[in-house]
Design a protein around this ligand. Structure first.
Ligand code: FES
Length: 184
């Protein structure tokens, strides 16, 4: 996932291009899921350069990829990430991966791979396993927990996979890796 946008853009170009892209993408997501929010990532003026701005992206936000590419997913995409998380006392590095899938209505789901039984990483089920059980999509190799395409539990466990809210900035999708959402 190598979506590219310049790190430094002018306020004018931000308003005329990135803003439109963000609003367009927001419309798509808001219309279908409610999983989207915007505002955690900001532009700010660069010191000493009145017309220049830079992205102010907290380190805990990791880029998952270009919205256009992710929105075209038909099965799933495994996306590796590296992030730095700063709490009140220490800074820690974290790396791992998430699965990106889409729901029946085209909504984007960003799933933690951590099984809700004991934390093993779930894997995409083999085609033969999916034939046996139509809703099965992810399977835990440790004790067999089963999840559907959007992370709902469909066997062995009752708790679905954690999700991350997609945050769209410009043409890209980010997640706050420190804040997975637990299903009730
Ligand atoms: S850790 Fe996944 S089923 Fe036990």
């Amino acid at each position: 996932m190598n979506g590219h946008l310049p790190r430094k853009i002018t306020r004018r170009s931000f308003l005329s291009t990135s803003g439109k892209l963000a609003l367009g993408a927001a419309g798509v997501l808001l219309g279908s899921t409610g999983l989207f929010y915007y505002g955690a990532i900001h532009e700010k003026k660069r010191a000493g350069q009145a017309n220049a701005t830079v992205r102010d992206i907290p380190e805990k936000f990791v880029k998952i990829g270009e919205f256009k590419k992710l929105n075209a997913i038909t099965g799933f995409e495994k996306v590796n990430y590296k992030a730095t998380i700063q709490d009140a006392w220490i800074k820690t590095s974290k790396q791992g991966f998430v699965y990106v899938t889409k729901g029946d209505n085209g909504e984007l789901f960003i799933l933690s791979p951590a099984c809700t039984h004991l934390g093993c990483s779930v894997e995409p089920a083999a085609e033969m396993q999916r034939i046996r059980k139509r809703e099965l999509f992810f399977l835990c190799p440790c004790h067999g927990a089963e999840f559907d395409k959007v992370g709902n539990a469909v066997g062995v466990v009752t708790q679905g996979l954690d999700t991350y809210k997609p945050v769209i900035f410009g043409a890209d999708v980010y997640i706050d890796i420190s804040s997975p959402e637990r299903r009730t």
